[in-house]
Design a protein around this ligand. Structure first.
Ligand code: PLP
Ligand code: TYF
Length: 400
């Protein structure tokens, strides 16, 4: 029956983890997947999460199905985190929201909803490059995927002129995806001033902004600062849609906690939109998973735990930033050819190092250092124990 099914290619990111696992060298380092690691290279379960789990366990909760759009205590708090408590559409009760299977599920629900109901276009523009899963997610949800310029290889920074030109040349009212902060894979974000210009062009062209917010808090350690783009767009009257993930900022990766929300015109429109979100979700998975949403809701709605969580997010963000400085200092001290300022200026979980695919292969084969073939490293995989070994090997491979 399945003799005509061709073997598919492995996931380029998760494939790196497999190669890492198979390597038996004690010096090995995995900088592939974007998952936070502590200063000993170990996965990190947040204390705020452990405490929330204890609170939940001691309340003897049942295991009933959630509603189709999920746990309301969670979704209400999630949109406050994204839009800000004083956000006008939140105050007006016009933000429609559903819980989702983490950020990926939120993007998928968003793609499906826009594919079905957005009246003006079935095309979504993604930055080049973008997270590798964006194209398949939106294609599988029935949208046509196109791209706009984003990253400038020469400056290892934002191609702001190219980005603006491409936005201006898009058909009116088309859908554009933006990474809200901590762009994956480049680590390059527009500045607040640049976001303002982008917002103006989006308004002029009546483009439809879709924000993927997978790293709120992870970029700067400050939730409001990382939500600048979303909140600015909303303040300018854009009816944004937002996908949120709690994988990174709460370390709830495998728990699959996320939300998809849309700004609508008023509570009546919101109710209609939410009724259709249910119709999108119901045949996909009926209703979302319970445990992770309970954890997130407990943290978001508990003053003490929220503060503790905020501090833990700051700690993660700051540890990553300190690794950026150390790596930069090491590369410069070792006389590594090239300009390495981007290691410090890039934002969030990743650094787009500029290492070439052949260099990444050499690092894997000779030094047991694993990263994606595009030269992206997950900064969180570096720590005080392995950063000197890493810098030395990068320096050597660049010197050739
Ligand atoms: N969007 C971006 C840009 C990401 O990098 C990721 C994952 O790392 C996601 C969305 C979705 O992740 P998840 O489904 O684990 O929340
Ligand atoms: O870019 C990353 O490393 C994260 C992790 O199917 C990830 O997005 C990778 C692959 C995937 C889901 C998450």
């Amino acid at each position: 029956t399945w003799s005509a099914v061709p073997a598919g290619p492995p996931d380029p990111i998760l494939g790196v983890s497999e190669a890492f696992k198979a390597d038996k060298d004690p010096r090995k380092i995995n900088l592939g997947v974007g998952a936070y690691r502590d200063e000993h290279g170990k996965p990190y379960v947040l204390n705020s999460v452990k405490k929330a789990e204890n609170i939940i366990a001691s309340s003897n909760p049942d295991k009933e199905y959630l509603p189709i759009t999920g746990l309301a205590d969670f979704t209400k708090a999630a949109v406050k985190l994204a839009y800000g408590t004083d956000s006008a559409p939140l105050q007006a009760n016009s933000v429609a929201v559903t819980q989702s299977i983490s950020g990926t599920g939120a993007l998928r629900i968003g793609g499906a909803f826009l594919g079905r109901f957005y009246p003006h276009s079935k095309t979504i523009y993604l930055p080049t490059p973008s997270w590798g899963n964006h194209t398949p997610i939106f294609r599988d949800s029935g949208l046509e995927v196109k791209t706009y310029r984003y990253f400038d290889k020469k400056t290892v920074g934002l191609d702001f002129a190219g980005l603006k030109e491409d936005l201006k040349n898009m058909p009116e009212k088309t859908i554009v995806l933006f990474h809200a902060c901590a762009h994956n894979p480049t680590g390059v974000d527009p500045t607040p001033e640049q976001w303002k210009e982008i917002s103006d062009i989006v308004k002029e062209k009546q483009l439809f902004p879709f924000f993927d917010m997978a790293y709120q808090g992870f970029a700067s350690g400050d939730f409001a600062r990382d939500a600048f783009a979303v909140r600015h767009f909303v303040s300018q009257g854009h009816q944004v849609v937002v996908s949120q993930s709690f994988a990174k900022n709460m370390g709830l990766y495998g728990e699959r906690v996320g939300a998809f929300s849309l700004v609508t015109a008023d509570p009546e429109e919101k109710a209609r939109v939410e009724s259709q979100l249910k119709i999108v979700v119901r045949p996909m998975y009926s209703n979302p998973p319970l445990s992770g949403a309970r954890v997130a809701a407990t943290i978001l709605n508990h003053e003490g735990l929220y503060t503790e969580w905020e501090n833990e997010v700051k700690h993660m963000a700051n540890r990553i930033i300190s690794m950026r400085h150390k790596l930069y200092d090491n590369l410069v001290a070792q006389g590594t050819p090239g300009e390495w300022g981007h290691i410090k200026s890039q934002i969030g979980m990743f650094s787009f190092t500029g290492l070439t695919t052949p260099q990444t292969k050499i690092l894997a084969e000779k030094a047991h250092i694993y990263m994606t073939a595009d030269g992206r490293i997950s900064m969180a995989g570096l720590n005080g124990h392995n950063i000197d070994y890493f810098s030395e090997n990068v320096s050597n491979v660049v010197k050739g």
